[in-house]
Design a binder for this molecule. Structure first.
Ligand SMILES: [Mg+2]
Length: 276
């Protein structure tokens, strides 16, 4: 009897995940329902890499709670942390963005002043306003506001002016991203580009071919969903009708259950492919 050789190793799987609205419930920030699956993934050698608009300080804390290594991408693709954990030849920190001061100087020097005045920069607001806008408890605000590469803001103009602002910003080598609650001014970076850089740096050292799974819920996740092998979208509000390069798995439930739903289904598909 011939035995089919089965390669069930999962250690070339990189699972990039957004947090708010994807792994963490949008309103309660709850994630307990995903902990078993996360543990299971880690034990199989799957790397879980948060790719979020959050800061490094917030991500450190979340990785501790999720009991995963501190390997992540912060501030919407601005900086990669912890690659040295996966391969000791790689740097602990790889920044893809210029610092916040440079970005803000570029913004205030070049952007139409009428539009600038309609941007309510969150770090200049009172603590109470920051709490309300971010929906975070008081004790989480300082880590959330400790940004190195980006500046969250609220835009007080209309949709037309918002588009004008985005184009104006783009023309000056900057970028505005929407993360679900607020807009964020940053360098010309994205979660997808940071993910691709992560994968290429790692595979250059390890000579492995990686399979990427991406999980997201919002428009600032779309470019990483488009660039990965297995895109997954967690339901958050009305269903979004978007076409990615590869067929997208869409959850019926919201976070964190929706995260478990799409990750399980995707891992089953990968298993199936590998036992064929
Ligand atoms: Mg999100």
């Amino acid at each position: 009897m011939s035995v089919k050789r089965v390669n069930m190793s999962f250690d070339n799987i990189l699972l990039f995940t957004d947090l708010d609205g994807t792994l963490l419930n949008k309103k309660t920030f709850e994630f307990k329902a995903a902990l078993d699956l996360i543990k299971n993934c880690i034990s199989k050698g799957i790397n879980i890499i948060p790719n979020s608009s959050k800061t490094d300080l917030e991500l450190d804390e979340i990785c501790e709670k999720l009991e995963i290594p501190k390997v992540y991408i912060s501030e919407n693709g601005s900086c990669i942390y912890g690659l040295n954990f996966l391969n000791d030849k790689l740097n602990e920190k790889i920044c893809l963005s210029r610092n916040k001061e440079t970005i803000f100087k570029n913004f205030s020097d070049n952007i139409n002043f009428k539009l600038q005045k309609k941007c309510l920069i969150l770090e200049n607001e009172t603590l109470q306003n920051q709490i309300e806008v971010l929906g975070l408890p008081k004790n989480k605000i300082s880590k959330a506001m400790n940004r190195k590469f980006s500046m969250p803001f609220i835009f007080l103009g209309n949709k037309e002016e918002e588009l004008e602002l985005k184009n104006n910003v783009k023309a000056h080598g900057l970028n505005i991203q929407f993360g679900g609650r607020v807009l964020s001014l940053g360098d010309k970076v994205s979660k997808g580009n940071a993910m691709m850089r992560f994968i290429s740096l790692l595979s250059n050292e390890t000579k492995k071919n990686y399979v990427s799974i991406c999980v997201g819920d919002n428009e600032n996740d779309f470019d990483m969903l488009d660039k990965c092998d297995y895109p997954c979208l967690v339901k958050n509000g009305p269903l979004k009708n978007i076409n990615f390069k590869n067929q997208c798995m869409v959850s019926k439930k919201e976070a964190p259950d929706g995260w478990v739903e799409v990750v399980n289904k995707t891992l089953n598909i990968i298993k199936e492919v590998r036992t064929r």
